[in-house]
Design a protein around this ligand. Structure first.
Ligand code: FUB
Length: 342
């Protein structure tokens, strides 16, 4: 009594087979997955995409997210749990709109959720919220982190216990509008617009012991080419755009990021969490959808990349998170991942 396969089912299977991996959940749209292992379980801190009916533009106004849901799994192929609303924009006293890509950390018996959101003046800042459970609910601090700006915080704790936040994003992420700690509301909508000068860089700041403030100055994350020269603004295939992540492998610091308008994930390797980082190459080709954003973690001796695409909706702002294995080559580079099958 074998089940007959309908034409619709066949079409669906062949559509699915175009993709290297399948969405982790389909009940809600999720993006920008920052994954961590806490208490032996995998926790994913994603953006929660919604359709707010806002037309698409280069400023990213259509990414109008209002809350976060945290996901967890016991193992990479295990069941995915959605823990419900962990933090809402309405519960962040200083927030205006657009809860973008978050990250999380654990220290001092507390879980910290770091999140970018526009303040009431429409300027992106980075906030922090705390919880006793990795899945929340999280309570936001009354103000953004002093000295923080732009988007996409990624928090990395080194072997000596020091924690660093990498952040920043150009275009809608507003990084290009910041100069010497001041925001220019009339500044460029895209990048520095100085094509032959060093590209704008991601930023890094050490976090204080209480994880709530920056300990010292915000520094540039400089990416150098093979000749030791900083990547230039015009080098769209290689320069930093948004979506920073840091992981350590074999004693080296891997700064990985999205090239934004050229849709690659790229890696650069350094000897210190502050860099400089030497550009290594693309390690993930474009996914379906405009944005590409990832995190990299080790689970039981294997490395994984969490990322998103638009398989479920085919709409730029309605994304779904995925996971696949990642390999470090013998020469230290990361093996190229093809998210779409040829
Ligand atoms: O989800 C909104 C924005 O899209 C993120 O902050 C970027 O990294 C891009 O994925």
């Amino acid at each position: 009594n074998a089940k007959k396969t309908s034409t619709a089912e066949t079409a669906d299977t062949s559509k699915k087979s175009k993709y290297l991996s399948q969405p982790l959940i389909s009940e809600i749209y999720t993006a920008d997955p920052s994954a961590h292992v806490f208490n032996g379980k995998i926790y994913i801190y994603p953006s929660h995409d919604i359709d707010a009916g806002i037309p698409e533009n280069d400023n990213g106004d259509h990414f109008a997210m209002n809350d976060y849901h945290i996901l967890s799994m016991d193992s990479i192929n295990g069941k995915v749990n959605d823990h419900g609303v962990a933090l809402s924009v309405k519960d962040i006293p200083w927030a205006g709109r657009q809860l973008w890509a978050p990250d999380a950390a654990f220290k001092n018996g507390t879980y910290y959720l770091y999140f970018p959101v526009k303040d009431k003046q429409d300027v992106f800042r980075i906030g922090v919220a705390t919880a006793k459970d990795p899945a929340g609910p999280f309570k936001a601090e009354p103000k953004p982190i002093e000295g923080s700006y732009s988007i996409d915080p990624a928090v990395f704790t080194d072997a000596d216990g020091s924690t660093y936040m990498y952040f920043g994003g150009i275009w809608g992420g507003q990084l290009q509008r910041w100069n010497n700690g001041k925001y220019d509301a009339n500044g460029s909508k895209t990048d520095s617009q100085k094509e032959n000068e060093p590209a704008l860089t991601a930023k890094v700041a050490k976090l204080s012991k209480d994880m709530l403030t920056f300990d010292g100055a915000v520094k540039d994350v400089v990416i150098l080419d093979q000749n030791g020269k900083p990547l230039l603004t015009k080098d769209h295939d290689r320069r930093f755009f948004e979506g920073a992540w840091m992981h350590k492998y074999n004693g080296k610091y891997y700064f990985t990021y999205s090239t934004g308008d050229t849709h690659f994930l790229a890696s650069a390797i350094g000897d210190s969490p502050y860099g400089p980082f030497k550009y290594q190459g693309t390690f993930m080709n474009p996914v379906q959808g405009w944005t590409t954003h990832h995190s990299i973690i080790e689970v039981k001796g294997k490395w994984y990349i969490f990322y998103h695409d638009t398989q479920l909706s085919d709409k730029t702002h309605l994304r779904n998170v995925k996971v696949t294995e990642l390999t470090h080559n013998a020469d230290g580079t990361i093996a190229l991942i093809e998210p779409m099958k040829k």
